[in-house]
Design a protein around this ligand. Structure first.
Ligand code: 9MR
Length: 379
């Protein structure tokens, strides 16, 4: 890839990057850099669309200081990259990759195939005005993997290949056009196409609630089937959108142990710890949002006792992850700071405080509690 191909965004990015190195340092230099604190244990990552104009220099300074891995929150999703068949849009992902490389950040590609119908452009499943055949859907998957993972071969080190394919209900796979049109081996096919497009890339299966007693057996079945059929998979991504007072510690531990017994690593890929309860809205794509709507509890700020509880629970989670550091290869936070979090928008608008930096980019009690954990942990 030459500089010309990277386009105008890339050169703007570089000048912005120079400013970043200077700005914001004073804000953050008195606290330990999280990526260094955990460097002998696992990588620390963050989801952020680092593009010109998207982030202030202080935010970029914070990001580069604390995080060693970056995931684009949205720009690599299928409907952004290929909104119409064959009409690929790479300007933003190219600029993102250039920024990450310029700052020696590893990149997680998120995601190749989000296996929910409402997260997939309609054309993907159509053949004219008819439903597409299995062969056509598989052909499109293969071409998408080749175009996207192939373009960044050797540059995007790992890919969330299939996202959220397992069912929340009684079925094995989520009922969807992915499954009904492409067939029950659609997840395996996704991984084969990703591997073909970039044989060196680390391939991740990424999902939420897979630590739960309901979904864990499906995850393990998926991994066993992959093993039996010689399909490539390297990492299970437990998303980790947990809630205050409700982190399922025992289930997380059981899942890490079971997955690593199958020779597959674990990453926590989308961590946050929302302080406003979402209830079951997560499970049914927000259908209950009206029933769950409450006044914006913490609009004026998060009370100190809540911040303290959050710190304790984050610390306990990191204790657990450190205990299994041999099996866990990365922990990625889903957003740089509380002002940059999907938790403020979904399933209803509110002021949430789920991350470890606040809206003024300052470390919260949770940051210090986590940073203190490595010094307490045994090797
Ligand atoms: O944080 C993302 C938000 O900005 C998007 O609007 C949303 C829909 O594309 O996706 C959010 O990220 C999701 C991730 O891609 C997959 N796991 C659940 C995340 C939170 O919804």
């Amino acid at each position: 890839m030459t500089h010309q191909h990277r386009g105008g965004l890339w050169s703007k990015m570089i000048s912005l990057a120079a400013a970043v190195a200077l700005a914001g340092a004073a804000e953050t230099e008195n606290v330990p850099a999280l990526r260094d604190v955990f460097k002998d244990k696992f990588d620390i990552g963050v989801a952020a669309e680092v593009l010109p104009g998207n982030y202030q220099p202080e935010e970029l300074a914070l990001l580069c200081r604390h995080f060693g891995v970056v995931t684009p929150e949205n720009d690599l999703k299928l409907h952004h990259v290929q909104p119409r068949e064959g009409a690929f849009r790479f300007e933003r992902p190219d600029a993102f990759v250039a920024f990450a490389e310029a700052h020696h950040l590893k990149i997680v590609g998120h995601n190749l195939f989000w296996m929910r119908d409402n997260e997939t452009p309609a054309w993907f499943f159509k053949d004219g005005d008819q439903p597409a055949s299995r062969d056509l859907v598989l052909k499109r998957m293969r071409e998408h993997a080749r175009a996207v993972a192939g373009r960044y071969r050797g540059r995007i080190a790992c890919w969330d290949v299939a996202n959220e394919a397992l069912s929340d209900g009684g079925e094995f796979l989520r009922p969807s056009k992915w499954q009904s049109l492409a067939g029950d081996d659609v997840v395996e096919q996704a991984f084969r196409f990703a591997h073909e497009a970039d044989p060196q890339a680390k391939l991740i299966y990424n999902d939420y609630s897979i630590e739960s007693p309901e979904k864990r057996p499906k995850l393990l079945r998926l991994l066993r089937e992959f093993k039996a059929r010689g399909a490539p998979i390297h990492v299970v991504g437990i998303q980790g959108h947990w809630e205050l007072d409700a982190i399922p510690f025992a289930d997380i531990e059981k899942t890490i142990e079971a997955v690593s017994q199958l020779g597959v690593k674990v990453a926590i890929t989308e961590l946050d710890l929302g302080v406003v309860r979402r209830g079951e809205a997560w499970m049914d794509a927000g259908k209950q949002r009206e029933a769950l709507k409450k006044p914006d509890l913490y609009a004026a700020g998060c009370p100190p006792d809540v911040l303290q509880r959050q710190a304790e629970q984050y610390a306990r989670l990191f204790q657990l992850l450190l205990k299994h550091a041999g099996a866990v290869e990365r922990v990625t936070f889903w957003g740089l700071h509380d002002g940059r979090s999907w938790l403020n928008d979904w399933p209803w608008k509110r002021t949430d405080h789920g991350l470890i930096f606040d809206r003024r980019f300052q470390p919260k009690p949770a940051f210090f509690a986590i940073a203190a954990e490595t010094s307490c942990s045994k090797p």
